[in-house]
Design a protein around this ligand. Structure first.
Ligand code: CO
Length: 299
């Protein structure tokens, strides 16, 4: 149903933009108008938004001559921030339809997703819709549109992210365990977390990966820890943002948060409430994906 909604929106706006004389100067082959759309799930917490802004700022620094915009995929979050802060963020289909209407010729869509799960599939369906429009109704679409791969998509991505995370928290893993908590999903892309765990164990036996909604679970990580002599546990989200999940499910005061559960086992727990987007080295990995997406259209 979600796909159908998206495609209807795209088609409606594409037809509109093709028929109406746009008030915006359109780009051309000689004079292309290039844009980047940074897409995130979104966050309603300022701490979470800071991570998305850090990625967006890095993109703007890397491509100062390209207009960079932001879209969120979570309608719940979009409605919440509009209601509470009057902040309007578009969903990807709307943001892209506006860019088509405004005459952008080349657009790179930057996925800030960690794994190629359901959120990524939905975004890909939207971008594929725009690719189809570009083929069948070139005036309504873009000359070039491409979606970047998520952070963990190819075999070498796991090695790279594991290297960055192990380096960032080298001090902690010398003294105790570092537990990264990913989102987790019923989607088969959940296998990425297990792969990341193996890549991290290549760096240090004291780094663990768990997830909130998938596998490995809290119990999986806790049973591994039990067989070690570790007393100190650092815990951080393996998510783009340190938002609601990080503040509540991971580090919250409730008895069922990961922090509370580890404390009940006798560990000294230190949460690090920093999203992956707040780590400069991880941002570089995300930007590499954007560079790959631009390909020969590199601005
Ligand atoms: Co969630």
């Amino acid at each position: 149903m979600k796909y159908v909604n998206c495609l209807l929106v795209i088609l409606a706006l594409a037809v509109l933009s093709a028929s109406a004389a746009s008030a915006f100067p359109a780009g051309s082959v000689e004079n292309p108008k290039k844009g980047i759309l940074v897409v995130a799930f979104g966050s309603s917490m300022p701490e979470g938004e800071a991570s998305i802004e850090a990625v967006t700022d890095a993109v703007r620094k890397a491509y100062p001559d390209v207009e960079t915009r932001v879209a969120y995929t979570s309608r719940i979050i979009m409605r919440k921030i509009a209601r509470e802060n009057g902040k309007i963020v578009d969903e990807p289909a709307i943001a892209l339809a506006k860019m088509a209407y405004e005459g952008f010729t080349d657009v790179a869509v930057l996925s800030t997703h960690v794994i190629p799960g359901e959120e990524y599939d939905d975004l890909k369906a939207v971008v594929d819709g725009f690719k189809a429009i570009s083929l069948t109704a070139p005036k309504a679409g873009f000359r070039f549109i491409e979606l970047s791969a998520p952070l963990l998509s190819g075999a070498e991505d796991f090695e790279r992210l594991a290297g960055v995370l192990a380096d960032t928290y080298a001090e902690q893993t010398k003294k105790g365990a570092f537990v990264f908590v990913g989102h987790g999903t019923h989607h088969f892309a959940n296998a990425a977390y297990g792969t990341l765990q193996f890549a991290l164990w290549e760096k240090s036996p004291n780094i663990f990966v768990g997830t909130i909604e998938g596998l490995p679970s809290y119990d999986d990580v806790a049973s591994r820890l039990k067989t070690s002599k570790i007393k100190d546990v650092w815990i951080a989200p393996a998510m783009l943002v340190a938002g609601d999940h990080a503040h509540n499910d991971i580090a919250g005061a409730e008895p069922d948060s990961w922090k509370s559960l580890f404390e009940a086992q006798g560990y000294k727990v230190t949460p690090i409430l920093e999203g992956l987007g707040q780590n400069a080295a991880v941002r570089n990995l995300i930007l590499d994906k954007l560079r790959e997406a631009w390909g020969s259209f590199k601005p």
